[in-house]
Design a protein around this ligand. Structure first.
Ligand code: SAH
Length: 340
């Protein structure tokens, strides 16, 4: 099978090219072209025609095709429906903040975590994205908007730690100085809480920000909304988070989607505060976004504020996430698996 050059790490690319009899500097040249978003070998103008033809026979340059693109009239958020080489589609979102441009990327086609409030999991998991397909979202969105993307959040469709090896390879590639070169500190990875993979991630020693989707203060509530909790109950998950903080020295971000009448009472906030007090952490409150097939409702503004105050009164840093792209269904949990 022909190889997608973006599925190689830089070192693997060096080995691959050496095997083809290419000089050592070739990997740098090709890696840089790939990260600029070229769509064919013919665009790699500093390679001889013979080299291009040879590479074209044994490998390919994967592309993402923009099938649909929506721009929010409210805040300039852009949502892409990208088509993959095999016809599957994924979504990515560009958000504009004062501190720069952030892309929210997908890690899988669909998702098998089954969180009850999330649209991305409704059709189940179709397949993992390759490392190249994950990277392509950054490359092609950056090329399309013609501005530098400075931050990445792996918070789109899919569970990144359920596609572990490809995500790790992607992280190394997107951070590589010869490529798009986004600093690890500008990358956040969000997980529903796959505990053994959190321990693996700690060993990778990458200074990214780990976000953990907690969404409940106890097992009773978490079991109802997140099936993953039956495998990794909240105590196990929080212990993994403490261990991650100890090993990495990095602050963890807890995501907490506020669902009316389910997890948004002051008592829920107090119970949560009791469990995470003293941890090097931050809580990101997200009033749950509507999903057509789900009956869950957003908490009211007053309840959100009370929840936040209860946490901050206990000395826990808590902010309410700004909602972007709501007019184009680009908010958290609204991205969907689409298969043609
Ligand atoms: N699978 C990973 C990555 C998805 S990130 C994870 O679970 O963390 C998307 C974040 O948005 C997660 O915290 C997820 O729980 C949350 N989310 C999902 N559906 C949502 C919705 N309808 N409203 C608000 N947040 C939602």
């Amino acid at each position: 099978m022909e190889k997608d050059l973006k599925d190689f790490s830089f070192e693997e690319l060096e080995v691959f090219l050496k095997e083809q009899g290419e000089p050592a500097f070739r990997a740098k040249q090709i890696f840089a072209w790939l990260h600029k978003g070229v769509e064919s070998f013919d665009e790699m103008t500093n390679l001889s025609k013979a080299t291009r033809a040879k590479l074209d026979e044994i490998s390919f340059v994967s592309r993402l095709v923009v099938r649909e693109k929506y721009v929010s009239k409210l805040d300039g958020t852009v949502k892409y429906l990208f088509e993959l080489e095999d016809g599957n589609c994924i979504e990515s979102v560009i958000m504009r903040y004062k501190h720069g441009i952030t892309i929210c990327i997908s890690s899988q086609v669909g998702c098998r975590m089954g969180c009850r409030f999330c649209a991305s999991t409704i059709g189940g998991l179709y397949r993992n994205l390759t490392a190249g397909e994950i990277l392509n979202q950054v490359i092609f969105a950056q090329k399309d908007i013609g501005e530098r993307i400075s931050n990445i959040v792996i918070m789109g469709i899919g569970e990144p730690l359920d596609n572990y090896d490809n995500i790790i390879k992607f992280l190394h590639n997107v951070n590589h100085p010869e490529g798009i070169n986004i600093g690890y500190r500008h990358i956040s990875l969000s997980t529903s809480g796959i505990v053994d993979k959190i321990y693996c991630l700690a060993k990778e020693n990458l200074p990214i920000t780990l976000s953990v989707s907690l969404h409940a203060p106890n097992n009773e509530i978490r079991n109802k909304i997140m099936p993953v909790n039956s495998k990794y109950p909240i105590e196990t998950l929080l212990q993994a988070c403490r261990d991650y903080i100890n090993v990495s020295g990095r602050r963890i971000s807890f995501e907490y989607s506020l669902i009316k009448g389910v997890n948004d009472s002051v008592d829920n906030a107090k119970e949560l505060a009791g469990k995470i007090k003293g941890m090097l952490c931050h809580v990101n409150l997200i009033p749950v976004n509507p999903v057509e097939e789900r009956e869950y409702k957003k908490s009211g503004y007053e309840d959100v504020k009370k929840f936040q105050k209860t946490l901050t009164d206990s000395g826990i840093n808590a902010t309410v996430r700004r909602e972007l792209g709501s007019d184009i269904s680009a908010s958290c949990g609204q991205l969907r698996k689409k298969v043609l």
